[in-house]
Design a protein around this ligand. Structure first.
Ligand code: PNW
Length: 451
């Protein structure tokens, strides 16, 4: 029986660079994604796509908010573009940038939609990248100041902030593999340093927001990384899935939830940490650990998980396993065990801050966009989420990624995650079948998932 708490928050999510466009409008400064995309012909971004126009939400937000309202959306998680607010990252404030987000927040509240504000969703002002970006500790006071400026402007209306989206993607994709901006390829010890700086930046920003808004404001962070689920639902296999989720000695330690969350909540790395992390950790002064700020909630972005057997070894794949358009496996069970294990380790309530399916949607002959795969995907994942809730995990809400189709980073516009189709040549919005379906889920607080 699928059942959600009566105050469960249903919404959608997006990020500034992926949907706003208006990349140089009204005093906005350049950011690392502008730079990354503008190096064309380098094969960095599929089709040499960029976010210059994207969905043009910067100009079309009134239409988008009306569409949200028409689909019962109760919460909108969006990110603030740092370079729109402070063009060079730590200098003069751009009033037009702040005014844009203020208008957006007011219109959302007017429509009965709760704004959830992410401060950093990957679009670092270029001027800060020239100083070393997240590798340079001077970014901590710059980020804290930016957080304070946003909180001072929106704090009387915004009750929930997420400091940093996916430190794992920032670090592993941006500074490790180089697939994302800024496109660097650094060794493990530097990546460990970046994680530590991100943890300090979250902590200092959280203190600033609380200082401005008071203790009642809720501040969280949004990690991602490998989430494991058991091949069979036995106590031994559940335990193995928990251990494999948080085992830093497995391949890709830099893509785990605990690489940042342990710092913030437990104030240490555990003894599964690899050599390069331990080498860096030995240089961390005690004052840094004392400065770590435990978030009020954890936002988890859940797309796919890793199935493990009772020994914690990968299991469960087979020929023809279901995949999304971007070739991620469809593994609904991760939505049951991922939030449960996150809560077990950290004891902090969670939001599902992102979940969705990429599909190469098209406009059908009848002029509509039919996306049964997305409906099936969301239905399966939400059914599993209800199991985590039933087993006592405090899940505060669920934010579908994404409302509109948008710029999917280095995959460009080919990947469509929206429940609203965007016809990029005209920027026309067309609700997909999943939009009406999701509106019904929200209206019935998930009860229609039982039908
Ligand atoms: C998230 N993975 O990134 C981001 O927060 C969004 O900006 C993005 O559009 C969305 O997911 C869809 O990709 C992720 O490999 C990147 O598991 C990679 C993974 C998960 C999330």
């Amino acid at each position: 029986m699928v059942q959600f708490p009566s105050d469960f928050l249903w919404g959608v999510a997006c990020a500034s660079y992926q949907c706003e466009g208006a990349w140089d409008a009204d005093g906005k400064g350049p950011n690392i994604w502008d730079d990354f995309c503008h190096v064309t012909g380098g094969g960095r971004v599929k089709n040499d796509d960029n976010g210059d126009v994207a969905c043009d939400v910067y100009h079309r937000w009134p239409e988008d908010i009306a569409l949200m309202k028409a689909h019962n959306i109760r919460a909108y998680r969006f990110s603030v573009s740092w370079a729109r607010v402070i063009p060079d990252g730590d200098g003069a404030v751009n009033e037009a940038g702040l005014a844009f987000y203020e208008k957006l927040v007011d219109a959302l509240l007017e429509a009965g939609i709760e704004p959830l504000v992410t401060l950093y969703h990957w679009d670092l002002p270029s001027a800060l990248q020239y100083k070393g970006g997240w590798l340079n500790r001077d970014i901590v006071p710059a980020f804290a100041r930016y957080a304070r400026i946003v909180a001072e402007r929106l704090g009387d209306r915004v009750k929930c902030y997420m400091t940093i989206n996916e430190p794992q993607c920032i670090t592993a994709l941006g500074y490790g593999l180089g697939d994302h901006a800024p496109g660097w390829k650094l060794p493990g010890e530097d990546l460990a340093r970046i994680y530590h700086i991100l943890a300090l930046a979250h902590s200092e920003a959280m203190r600033q927001i609380k200082a401005v808004c008071g203790p009642a404001v809720r501040v969280g962070i949004v990690p991602c990384g490998r989430l494991c689920y058991p091949a069979e639902d036995t106590p031994e296999n559940r335990e193995a899935a928990y251990r494999a989720t948080y085992d830093l000695s497995l391949p890709r330690w830099e893509f785990t939830q605990n690489i940042i969350m342990d710092s913030l909540v437990l104030r240490r790395y555990d003894d599964t940490a690899p050599e390069c992390v331990r080498r860096f950790a030995a240089t961390i002064p005690a004052a840094d650990w004392d400065a770590m700020e435990k978030p009020d909630f954890i936002g988890i972005n859940v797309y796919h998980g890793m199935c493990v057997d009772a020994e914690g070894k990968p299991a469960g794949g087979y020929a023809g396993f279901p995949l999304t358009a971007c070739k991620w496996p469809v593994t609904p069970e991760v939505m049951h065990y991922g939030p449960m294990n996150t809560y077990r380790r950290y004891g902090i309530p969670v939001y599902i801050s992102e979940n969705g399916l990429s599909c190469n949607d098209v406009i059908f002959l009848d002029g509509r966009v039919h996306d049964p795969k997305r409906i099936d995907f969301l239905h399966r994942y939400l059914t599993e989420l209800a199991k985590a809730v039933a087993e006592g995990t405090p899940v505060l809400g669920y934010l579908q990624w994404s409302f509109l189709d948008n710029f999917e980073w280095n995959s460009g516009y080919d990947e469509r995650f929206g429940i609203i189709y965007v016809d990029y040549p005209t920027l026309r919005r067309i609700p997909k079948d999943s939009a009406a379906w999701y509106a019904k889920v929200i209206e019935t607080n998930g009860a229609c998932l039982n039908d």
